[in-house]
Ligand binder design. Structure first.
Ligand code: URP
Ligand code: ZN
Ligand code: ZN
Length: 471
């Protein structure tokens, strides 16, 4: 049955206007006023914004890491995402050295296909770049629609790849039309600093930050950017946390290199002192890169406002405090890295960004949705409210206040890093391809209803100004 959303204010990355939205067959069929749509279900959105569904470009659901597995899977994680206004996620598919890439992709399909309640795609980790792996890439792009590859420059002995692997991946990505993503920290030096700290008896969570100083993020970001320039390729730096990394991205962009950067809620709103909380509570704030000194937050906000950072990911990577984070009670290096963020990403940016005057409404939409759609081959199917696009729409009350708490969130995790924080603005209803997944704040979706997204090849921003095909 067709649906007609009436009375809302449509906000895209470029426009804001009052109009009604007609939805038919999963798509936006028309935008305008005075529709003759007697058959349609009428949805009253008076007083609310209509945003394109959020796109979270950075999640780790059901992922083995740090001797355990993230506690949100594709069901609980995507339900929480939907409550928060996100209708598409791109999750990181991990690979194992010595194994075909396709095997890892199959594993990720098994984890997700009967569970996801919203649409999803995969980025693929590249841990080695031998001939067999490089030969697989065209097939992975063509058959699986995976058009972004992730190289870890940190997590030595686990995920870390060497510079040759990064460079060869950049060269292949340029040839094939894919975007290379990096976790940019110098893993070799971190390994040395961690071993030294532990040998000196420094075991508490704050040493996680002290052994991963910002210089090592800046150095790796600059190295990756220079290799990108040399290869004439394209790079996306995930979870940028500090001024040193922003500087390297800004420098690279000013040289004309195709380099983009993402930051996450934790780096804008939390800081290094959180790692010093008593009773091992600091473990809840262990991310890599680590939380930084507070003054970095202003640098990150300014970079979002000025466009030097372009996207906003959750880096959703949840571990229970009891039973998972406490694996590192006697050794900070054993605390699983990451935190729950998929649900609150969207409203935290609205509340702290738009409501506090740090970014505009259009920038908000670009950051939480549109730019990721463009960079990751989903635009204009996703990431905007336009005729022909998927009807992924968030009906958002901009004035509703809510207090974040683990007792009310929908993530399958026993704490929330923003416990007790009041945010303004809340998704009321969320549609995924024209069906309600959240209706009047209640979940109405279905595990397995989310579709796997084969994504288009990478296109530069200038190419995207030209008309593109729906896949
Ligand atoms: O601490 C983090 N960021 N955990 C998730 C894995 C990663 O490095 O993105
Ligand atoms: Zn990372
Ligand atoms: Zn991550």
């Amino acid at each position: 049955m067709a649906k007609l959303i009436k009375g809302g204010t449509i906000v895209t990355a470029s426009d804001m206007y009052e109009a009604d939205v007609l939805i038919e067959d999963e798509k936006i069929a028309a935008i305008g006023t005075d529709f003759d749509a007697e058959e349609a279900e009428i949805i009253d959105a008076t007083g609310n914004y209509l945003f394109p569904g959020g796109i979270d470009p950075h999640t780790h659901l059901d992922m083995p890491f740090g001797g355990t597995v993230t506690c949100d899977d594709f069901e609980s994680g995507t339900i929480a995402a939907a409550y928060g206004g996100t209708t598409t996620i791109i999750d990181f598919c991990l690979t194992n050295k010595g194994e075909p890439l396709q095997k890892a992709v199959n594993t990720w399909h098994e984890k997700s296909q009967h569970k996801a309640v919203i649409d999803y795609g995969f980025h693929l980790m590249i841990g080695e770049a031998n001939e067999a792996i490089l030969n697989e890439l065209p097939v992975i792009i063509e058959e699986e629609g995976i058009t972004s590859f992730k190289v870890f420059m940190a997590y030595k002995h686990v995920f870390q790849a060497d510079d040759e692997t990064l460079f060869r991946t950049l060269v292949e990505a340029k040839k094939l039309g894919a975007l290379v993503m990096v976790h940019a920290e110098n893993g070799d030096v971190i390994e040395y600093l961690v071993t030294k700290a532990l040998s000196e008896g420094n075991t508490s969570p704050i040493y996680h930050a002290l052994t991963r100083p910002p210089e090592l993020e800046g150095e790796a970001t600059g190295r990756a950017a220079e290799l990108t320039g040399l290869a004439g390729s394209q790079l996306y730096v995930v979870h940028v946390s500090c001024a040193e990394a922003v500087k390297k991205i800004t420098e690279a962009r000013s040289k004309g290199y195709q380099v983009w950067g993402e930051t996450c809620p934790q780096y804008l709103l939390l800081d290094q002192t959180d790692l010093e909380k008593e009773n091992f509570e600091g473990a809840k704030y262990v991310w890599s890169p680590p939380l930084r000194e507070k003054w970095n937050q202003e640098v990150l906000w300014n970079a979002l406002k000025s466009g030097q950072l372009q996207t906003f990911g959750s880096d959703q990577c949840s571990f229970h405090f009891n039973g998972q984070k406490d694996l590192g009670r006697d050794d900070f290096s054993k605390i699983p890295n990451g935190g729950p963020m998929i649900e609150d990403r969207f409203s935290l940016l609205f509340s702290e960004g738009v409501k506090k005057g740090r970014i505009s409404l259009n920038q908000f939409v670009d950051l939480v949705s549109t730019k990721s759609a463009k960079l990751f081959g989903l635009f204009p199917k996703k990431g905007t409210i336009a005729v022909g696009s998927d009807a992924d729409i968030v009906i958002f009350d901009p004035n509703k206040k809510r207090t974040i708490s683990a007792s009310t969130h929908h993530m399958n995790v026993d704490y929330n890093a923003f416990e007790g924080m009041e945010v303004t603005g809340e998704p009321v209803s969320v549609l995924s391809r024209g069906e309600f997944v959240i209706k009047d704040k209640a979940f109405t979706g279905k595990p397995g209803a989310g579709k796997y997204l084969k994504r288009s090849r990478f296109r530069s921003e200038s190419e995207l100004k030209m008309p593109v095909q729906h896949r």
